[in-house]
Design a protein around this ligand. Structure first.
Ligand code: B12
Length: 457
């Protein structure tokens, strides 16, 4: 079959993100189907998608002449109470345009989709959706090809067949990275950032987090040599930096150290960054990773108050954060901390403890998310239901934030803003359009990577 995979994401905050998921989906189907990828970041609006329609040119130039069009729905909203943005209308418009010019089956997938599959199917009027890992598209295409009933396949849903979430894909996954494709140019020219996965699954149990639902809670490790080989390919394609997209990089220390060794053995020489949890680390951990190219550490710290950390079910206390921070700084790395204020257990004292504690985290950038979005399939969802904040029949696709009984969102924002005054390295949310604009200008001038280190004072 002719399959067009479209990445609908055009958000430029904090920077445009390469649609990694589609490389995996393409790899899973490319042996038996003709696959093209269209990335809305690199197209000139819908115009490029529709341009070849009337000229009589067939597939593959006329992308909409596909039999199946898969659309990746990564972001639904930006989860930021201080500068809320939603992406639903743009996604709906994209699908309407496609429907107006193509009779292809429309299949939805992606991490955002996986959080609200039934509602998104209904709202976007797609034919099929795949919950979870998109490698399962291969099974759906087989069914469509052979006119078989597709809704029996785990994870495949239609508007009329809501289904439970399937178990993670256990047939292996590989990335289809084609460096000759002009799509990379956009990312190479705009900051040189590509991305890379070293495992799937998150073994942590944080109350608010969607990652175990999206990726499964059992870790599936990618062979370090394969990871290093992909990193080398990114490098050869012109990447100047890569971000490791694992939910949390350091949940399996042995594996991360093997990946680092594999980078060195393979001769990977471009810098990279990843998300880390600030828990107790092996001695010299960050030095070893630094020697393998790590430059940017993004800690998902969330709070510096122990009761709040316990309530969020984080596997560390504040002294672990200070120690992890120091060892990253001592290794000469750029460090950022993300904070998530206003969840269960937060009050004015715990917030104050966090804000004061931040002054002990030197040479760093802080991103503050002032409010916890309630997602389905999380402990926070159950807490919010129990506390009467939401009902199980209520839609939370339009973001609903947890209402902290002891401190209101407005007060949290006020307290954070008051402390952030005069500190350019204290960023509310991901920085919004202004910060993204600065990053984009620096990228155009040839600077590479996430660049938040320029804010460090
Ligand atoms: C890494 C990451 C980041 C990094 C990305 C760095 C980089 N250079 O890539 C950074 C920190 C920059 C980031 C930023 C943001 N992120 Co983010 N991020 C992630 C994370 C942890 C992993 C994404 C990833 O690459 N996964 C690996 C790839 C291989 O998986 P995948 O893309 O999901 O694809 C698989 C499936 O989804 C599926 N699939 C994908 N597309 C398709 C299409 C079809 C047709 C099919 C069938 C299947 C399919 O198959 C693929 C293979 O199995 C996810 C959470 C998670 N664990 O998924 C959040 C996540 C995607 N981010 C999220 C958000 C909100 C954001 C921000 C808006 C936050 C902010 N306010 O700044 C920004 C947006 C950035 C942008 N420009 O789009 C949300 C999106 C949900 C929502 N609420 O909208 C998530 C889900 C986290 C959450 N809160 O639950 N993010």
């Amino acid at each position: 079959m002719k399959v067009l995979l479209i990445s609908a994401n055009t958000l430029t905050e904090p920077y445009p993100v390469y649609p990694l998921g589609l490389d995996y989906v393409a790899a899973a189907i490319a042996d038996r189907h003709e696959v093209q990828i269209a990335d809305m970041n690199t197209l000139n609006g819908y115009g490029d998608l529709l341009a070849k329609r009337s000229s009589g040119i067939g597939w593959p130039k006329d992308l909409l002449a596909a039999d199946v069009i898969g659309i990746s729905i990564r972001n639904i909203d930006n989860t930021d109470t201080t500068d809320p943005k939603g992406f639903f209308n743009a996604q709906r418009e994209l699908i309407q345009k496609i429907r107006g010019h193509s009779s292809a089956w429309i299949v939805l997938g992606g991490s955002g989709f996986t959080l609200f599959p039934e509602e998104i199917m209904y709202a976007l009027d797609a034919d099929y959706g795949i919950v979870g890992e998109g490698e399962r598209l291969s099974l759906l295409l087989d069914a469509l090809d052979n006119q078989k009933e597709a809704t029996e396949i785990p994870g495949v849903i239609t508007g009329h067949h809501p289904k439970p979430v399937p178990l993670p894909w256990n047939k292996g996954f590989h990335r289809n990275f084609n460096k000759d494709h002009s799509r990379f140019e956009f990312y190479v020219k705009n900051g040189g950032m590509l991305n890379l996965q070293t495992k799937r699954g998150c073994s942590l149990n944080c109350i608010y987090c969607t990652y175990p639902h999206i990726e499964g809670s059992t870790q599936r490790l990618i062979d370090p040599a394969e990871v290093a080989d992909t990193a080398l390919q990114l490098q050869a394609a012109g990447a100047k930096y890569f971000f490791i997209t694992d939910s949390t990089f350091n949940t399996d220390y042995g594996h991360t150290l093997n990946v680092a060794q594999a980078f060195k053995d393979a001769g990977v020489s471009i810098p990279w960054g990843a998300f880390f949890t600030p828990s107790k680390m092996p001695d010299d951990y960050f030095r070893v990773l630094r020697d393998a190219g790590l430059t940017h550490v993004e800690f998902g710290t969330e709070s510096l108050s122990n009761p709040v950390l316990a309530s969020y079910r984080k596997p560390y206390q504040n002294h672990h954060v200070f120690a992890a921070h120091q060892s990253a700084i001592d290794a000469g790395l750029h460090v950022a901390h993300y904070f998530l204020m206003g969840g269960p257990g937060e009050n004015a004292d715990t917030l104050e403890e966090t804000l004061s504690g931040i002054h002990h985290l030197n040479k760093s950038v802080f991103f503050f998310f002032c409010g916890m979005r309630i997602y389905p399939y999380t402990k926070l969802y159950d807490i919010a239901v129990k506390e009467g904040q939401i009902t199980r029949s209520q839609s939370i696709l339009e973001p609903v934030f947890y209402h902290c009984p002891a401190i209101g969102t407005e007060q949290i924002i006020r307290m954070v803003k008051a402390r952030a005054e005069g500190y350019p390295n204290w960023i509310i949310g991901s920085g919004g359009g202004e910060t993204a604009g600065i990053v984009s200008r620096l990228h155009k001038r040839g600077h590479t990577g996430p660049l938040w280190e320029y804010l460090i004072r």
